[in-house]
Design a protein around this ligand. Sequence first.
Ligand code: HEC
Ligand code: HEC
Length: 468
Amino acid sequence: MNIGKEFVTSVLCAGAAAGLVFLVSTGLPANVGAASGPEAKDPGVRAGSANAGSPLSSLSADEQEFFTDGQTRFLNFDTVTGTNSGLGPTFNSNSCGSCHAQPAVGGTSPALNPQIAASSDDGATNTLPDFISASSPVREARFPFLVNANGTLSTTPDGSVHDLFTITGRADAPGCEMAQPNFVQAQALNNIIFRIPTPLFGAGLIENIPDATIYANLAANAALKQSLGISGHVNISGNDGTITRFGWKAQNKSVEVFAGEAYNVEMGVTNELFPDERGLPPASCLFNPLPEDSTNFTLSGDQILSDIVEFSTFMRFLAPAVPSTQGIPGNPAAQSIASGQTLFTQIHCTLCHTPSMQTGPSSFTAGLNNQTAALYSDLAVHHMGTGLADNISQGTAGPDEFRTAPLWGLGQRLFFLHDGRATPSNGGLLTAIQDHAGSGSEANGVINLFQGLSAQQQQDLLNFLRSL
Ligand code: HEC
Ligand code: HEC
């Protein structure tokens, strides 16, 4: 895992904070006022076809074959020994596709949490932590601080992922005895935070946006950003100094690094990028030579490649989700959606959620080459204040900083924000927007403008987001 312990304020961030404050005309329509009439409501998940999960249309026959093989491996269920071996000793689920499932393979947390089935698969004797239920989002847990030997909380950062489950009890792990982390204690000490899966549609486009483009976009509209309290900075790889961009804190460099990390952290499968078993397991729980996933020198064609390379091929070639104005619950008029899109710009959500950036030249396929990526993110991290802070630092992203979440594909998502706190049962998208506000959040100025919209205007904005 890429867990930096230090928080480094970037030059861009410091420069913006020290700047002058301008009064800005928001260019809002004349009828903006306090909300009135029926309250705005997240319409809910868009119905109809998934409009996501397909490969880029530009793939050659060869590339298509590797994509399909990668997709098959992404959907495989791993076991400790046997054909798809390597699961555990600790894990959060047993298949990439189990967590990245909604609304299609490569997406996010599905309606029915797959971790319940994974916890007891093949006889495993795990206790379900109480933050996992059938209707909860898929969750992984991190402990912000280490716990002292006497059970009190220390001030030394931990920050790492503590997998929910172990392979103890499984028929294919005879003799393994390994306890789950003490989640009851972690909750009693208020020393646990959650992360939910991020979607992978369009990941190859995100990977191929040049660093210079991201820096230039971040530097644009400087006066307006300053007047609203928005700064932001990129997260940086300690290895080569380039911009990292994947994950809730933009902590990871590439889809391949993420694939290697996820295979080991989420499923316990060691690989050529992350070759060591996590959590110092006892010898009784170690069943395989390492790495468990590797290049297959004796095979041919796409079968030569390791799983993590093929997961990456699949993710890199996944087309972005296709927006649609059809199937949004309540059947909003095209006019409402168009007006919501205008308001999204007028109240300056776009200062962080950049509607699009251009990719650079790609050696892979035309679909990644000099394309417009309509991701709705600046790929930078921003202070989101005490309400969202998770007290985890990763790379140059500090305790309350998060990557501007890309909003493409939002129309068919169930759970929002890094810990999935905004759900279908508590307001969904509306809650996600309101929770941007908090002491120290760079979004406070923009959220004030959102709260000043009429109920109809807020509804238009939500309808627009469900068309993405
Ligand atoms: C237990 C559920 C779970 C499983 C299994 C899982 N993931 Fe994820 N995935 C997550 C979570 C949670 C995140 C967000 C992590 C973070 O940012 O801290 C994530 C994020 C990602 C991202 C980052 C995308 C972006 O733009 O931010 C990639 C890439 C990814 N996963 C690939 C994979 C691959 C490949 C596999 C299989 C080896 C896999 N995941 C298995 C839960 C899971
Ligand atoms: C200061 C930058 C900033 C501004 C301004 C901003 N956002 Fe965000 N937005 C973020 C960040 C960062 C996250 C991720 C926060 C987290 O998960 O804790 C996010 C997350 C979201 C999400 C949840 C997406 C997901 O994947 O779960 C939605 C929806 C959203 N923003 C909509 C909006 C709208 C609408 C506006 C304008 C009213 C807006 N945002 C303004 C930075 C911003």
